[in-house]
Design a protein around this ligand. Structure first.
Ligand code: HEM
Length: 488
């Protein structure tokens, strides 16, 4: 650990390592961000663990994140494609692709469709889906999490493919959600041994410990289908002249018939495939956290509602034009994102060259994890970080504090869909706050059902299912929900 490198410099500090296996037994599989944050208090802003020769550097502060992911982005923008990720068929994914020309081509296409000034064109789609969800919440409030999930799914499927998803049990949606859930379980260091010992992939699947092979095969069928099925849907409708406008149809229209058509179509298929995979589950997690935050913080709920009532009144639903006049609602949304980030460890970067930082040696090919959770719970930047306080994002005069948070990742790999996601989460928050009171449910004896605020582990972290009551705030609110379909 002290001298295991070409420059004779120490690796960043970290927990004691055992021979050969290193820290393999220390690296947690569930909610690793909490362990890394605890370790960070002992070892500092940059630390190092190692398992079977694979090096992992963990960045626990925004200062180091800026130094490495931004100022040295040429070195810190690669990805490690774990063997398991590849076996599962996720290697087509822009977000997991190694840094290089192929990634640049994909990233350019995604950026052009989702950069901040292009996202406004999607606002009507978002509002339509939010209003649809309000009506569904009114009809079956107990299924509110499914209705919130619908907003994210319907928005990205509409943008990517011009496809209208079914309110429940949609075939395309189910395929992607299963594949994303499987990726989430198998992604982080320590999740599966085949990442350390790729030769295990060649052993027969019936041997003990080889369950990962069946898991990977099942996932590969899903990842193939999630790219092919909706893509064929668009081509079919383009031929029939019935395709709705979408990223896929727009890109297909631009295919150069004199170039390599097959390769161009394959790129479009992969780019469109990633929009849903990267944009639905993450956004659902962000929106579900907002609803949980509303439920658990009645005082903040009341303040946000008072702001909406005073700025907009109770005669119409909020629109995107209102956003600039609702700083408390924005602060509420930002605090929800900070309080429980949807991707608490972002997506690990990797080094494409060796490096030396603050006298520590960082090897080529190391995974470099930006610990978003630690940065957003750092008590020097966010005093009392476990408390939910939207006010921390407001200036004394009540205006919004411009504070760039590390919620969407880092440097050149920062999430290209962040403007869209931010718009969806805000629209959901303001709509729910404007027409519903969110309170604890009561059981048959009239006692409040407790909500423990637990979260799932993995790449994307969702609130564990929880119960709450969503009731229209007034007769006027009820009428607004019922009439919302006529407002778009
Ligand atoms: C709340 C919602 C979202 C969260 C929390 C989120 C978070 C992230 C994070 C942490 C990364 C990795 C950044 C890094 O490596 O440093 C990422 C990458 C990515 N996201 Fe998002 N995202 C969200 C929504 C979306 C949406 C709506 C889209 C689609 C339009 C999208 C598309 C992507 C893509 C394509 C990448 C890969 C970028 C690359 O590797 O170059 N995301 N996202």
């Amino acid at each position: 650990r002290k001298r295991g490198n070409t420059r004779g410099l120490p690796y960043p500090p970290g927990p004691k390592q055992l021979p050969i296996i290193g820290n393999a037994r220390d690296i947690p599989q569930q909610s690793p961000w909490l362990t890394y944050t605890e370790w960070g208090k002992k070892y500092g802003d940059i630390m190092h663990v190692q398992a079977f020769g694979s090096h992992v550097v963990i960045v626990n502060s925004e200062r180091v994140a800026v130094d490495l992911f931004e100022k040295r982005s040429k070195i810190y923008s690669d990805r490690i494609m774990g063997k398991m990720t590849e076996l599962m068929g996720w290697d087509y994914n822009t977000g997991l692709m190694p840094y290089g020309d192929k990634w640049r081509r994909h990233r350019r296409l995604v950026h052009q469709e989702f950069r901040a000034d292009a996202t406004a064109q999607y606002h009507p789609i978002i509002m339509k889906n939010v209003h649809f969800a309000l009506r569904n919440i009114l009809a079956t409030p107990e299924d509110f999490l499914a209705h919130v999930r619908y907003i994210a799914a319907a928005t990205v499927m509409s943008i990517a493919y011009g496809y209208e998803v079914a309110p429940t049990n949609d075939r395309f949606v189910q395929i992607v959600e299963d594949a994303v859930a499987m990726l989430s379980q198998a992604f982080f260091p320590g999740a599966t041994l085949v990442n350390y010992f790729p030769m295990l992939q060649h052993l027969p699947g019936w041997l003990p410990g080889m369950g990962f092979k069946r898991f990977a095969q099942k996932c590969r069928m899903l990842t193939d289908e999630m790219q092919n099925a909706p893509f064929e849907f668009v081509k079919h409708h383009m031929l029939a002249g019935t395709a709705l406008p979408s990223v896929t149809s727009e890109l297909l229209d631009k295919v150069d018939p004199h170039g390599d058509v097959e390769e161009q179509e394959a790129t479009i298929k992969r780019v469109s495939g990633i929009i849903y995979a990267a944009g639905a589950d993450t956004t659902t997690a962000g929106m579900s956290t907002v609803v949980l935050a509303i439920l658990l913080h009645p005082e903040s709920q009341r303040k946000a509602q008072a702001e909406i009532d005073s700025v907009i009144g109770t005669h119409r639903l909020p629109t995107f034009e209102d956003r600039k006049n609702l700083p408390y609602v924005d602060a509420f949304v930002r605090e929800s994102m900070r309080w429980h980030p949807a991707a608490p460890l972002a997506v690990p970067h990797a080094t494409s060259e060796e490096d030396v930082y603050q006298g520590y040696y960082i090897p080529k090919g190391a995974a470099v994890i930006g610990n978003t959770w630690a940065m957003l719970h750092d008590d020097t930047t966010f005093p009392n970080p476990d408390l939910f306080m939207p006010e921390r994002f407001l200036n004394d005069d009540g205006s919004l504090k411009e504070y760039p948070m590390a919620y969407f990742g880092f440097g050149r790999r920062i999430c290209p869909g962040r403007s869209l996601a931010d718009a969806e989460i805000w629209a959901t928050a303001v709509a729910v706050l404007s027409v519903f009171n969110v309170t604890k449910s009561k059981d048959s004896t009239g006692r409040e059902v407790s909500v423990d605020g637990g979260y799932t582990g993995g790449l994307v972290s969702h609130p564990l299912p929880f119960k709450c009551d969503l009731k229209p705030r007034s007769t006027a609110a009820l009428q607004l929900i019922q009439e919302s379909s006529q407002m778009i």
